[in-house]
Design a protein around this ligand. Sequence first.
Ligand SMILES: Cc1cc2nc3c(=O)[nH]c(=O)nc-3n(C[C@H](O)[C@H](O)[C@H](O)COP(=O)(O)OP(=O)(O)OC[C@H]3O[C@@H](n4cnc5c(N)ncnc54)[C@H](O)[C@@H]3O)c2cc1C
Length: 544
Amino acid sequence: MAKSKHTEWFLPEDQRKALAPYFKDFKEVVPVHLFVKAGQNDAYADFAHNLMKDLVRLTDKVTLSLHSDDAKASDSFAVTRFPTLLIAPEKYSIRFTGAPAGEEGQAFLHALMMVSTGNSFLSERSRELLQELQEPRVVKVFVSPTCPYCPGQCVNAIKAAVEKPKLVSVECVETGENPDYAQEYSVGSIPHTVYDEKLSTVGMESELAFVLQLLTLTAAKDMAQEEGRADKDVIHHDLVIIGSGPAGLTAGIYAKRAGLDAVVLEKGIVGGLVSITPEVENYPGFINIGGKMLMDMIHEQAKQYVDVITGQTVEEIKVGRNLEVLTQDQVYVADSVIYAAGASWKKLGVPGEDRFMSKGVSFCASCDGFMFKGKKVAVVGGGNTALTDALHLKNLGVDVFIVHRRDSFRAEQHLVDSVLREEIPVHWNSVVEEIGGKETLTFITVRHIKTGETERVPVDGVFLAIGIVPNVQAVSHLGLAQEPGGYIRVDRLGRTSIPRIYAAGDITGGVQQIVTAVSEGASAAMAVFEDQTRRKAESAARKA
Ligand SMILES: Cc1cc2nc3c(=O)[nH]c(=O)nc-3n(C[C@H](O)[C@H](O)[C@H](O)COP(=O)(O)OP(=O)(O)OC[C@H]3O[C@@H](n4cnc5c(N)ncnc54)[C@H](O)[C@@H]3O)c2cc1C
């Protein structure tokens, strides 16, 4: 959230307008306590205070108690870090350690809404599970303002705290404002969740996985493996779409509008890769738009038509009379499947990469960049993503340099110009051979491919941007015809080499842009409709 030009308000007018209908659903008054202390994160304390002053002006359902340099109040609420916000501390244990800036503003507003309505908005299944909890639990979620996944994980935790106020205590910690705290918990990638000091996880999780982990203090993926698929529920649809990036969501819109009973399954956050893209400048209709905002808009539209179910990792597709789509806890039986699972980052495959993954090695500059403010990091790669990441990191105040294996970039000219203008150093014709350190990542070894010379360069982090590989794991056993690089071969309408299985978006290779993913999603949905209609007509003719 940015500062408004209008001095009397902190939030810009468009954000204030967007909040007005949101507050209409509030019921009870939510008391918020803000603790600040001079000399401790002053700029963030100002941010939190200004934000709260605006919220209190926008609704009479939120009140503010400011505790400024008030040792007694801090002691009585066990506040040791500043700024800290407590939401309705008389009833709930919901704490924001650090200002809820950027993406975290969403989690803070959700928390106010849940507390005001007394509704945790948990699914029935999660709520039932949480009833089994009998002991207290303390959850810490480490976040940053630029991480699009973080609010989702904080909201998971806050839902549990609202559902079980006497047992569940939640703290959302802004990592950049509390680096020592993050270090204490070895936070390398965010969101990083600590369950009762016994279990730590990285990444946003489905609500159900979060609740299970809170209950059992065991990693949900381990539990799924133990349980097997014996007691999975079976659900039938005309069409199952795998992946909720631009291809999957568009396919959902088109399928439902064609009268198909469709569902979209997503393993992570809705929106796919675009959700972590800071800016999009080549999607027609928008001169410049944040990737997350664009995907939020497409998701809003898709929701009018189709269910988008998160927390569903498709592990396998079985081909028989019907198609069976198997996730960790469900079986979806479908007449057709559109596989729109996109692509993932390529790894370097060098020593130390796996050991320091999420502990200094990252694929997501917009998520983890904030933690490297004032530190030194390498970006590996020379394409659009590498240059965008390097510029983003530089903008955050990171001491960044690029390692690129060629002698020129393969990126859009305006990005190349910006990198040169910002004087970001580049190791040309160089590759990373090792990522190393003792407890923490402290160096990379860089080899010049022409001279063969190696150099040990001290770094605190490494961001990898060396390309993507198709996410074909769930279909690799099917023997679908492939393009070079393992991409799935399709015809103009997304039909693969196996009838009833279609593919769309980055998974098919080619141009790999939002606009092509959207177009392929629409085409594949129309092909499903045509093919199912034809099969039904043929079947009716046979019976007649
Ligand atoms: C840093 C970066 C910047 C970019 N900038 C631009 C840009 O400015 N303009 C532009 O046009 N394009 C840009 N792109 C490319 C664009 O993001 C992709 O072309 C687009 O996201 C492809 O959409 P998709 O739906 O095919 O796949 P994705 O967006 O990758 O979505 C696939 C979805 O499937 C889910 N999934 C994967 N496997 C499974 C499974 N087994 N079960 C359930 N769900 C699964 C994933 O979690 C993901 O949400 C950029 C890409 C990157 C990496």
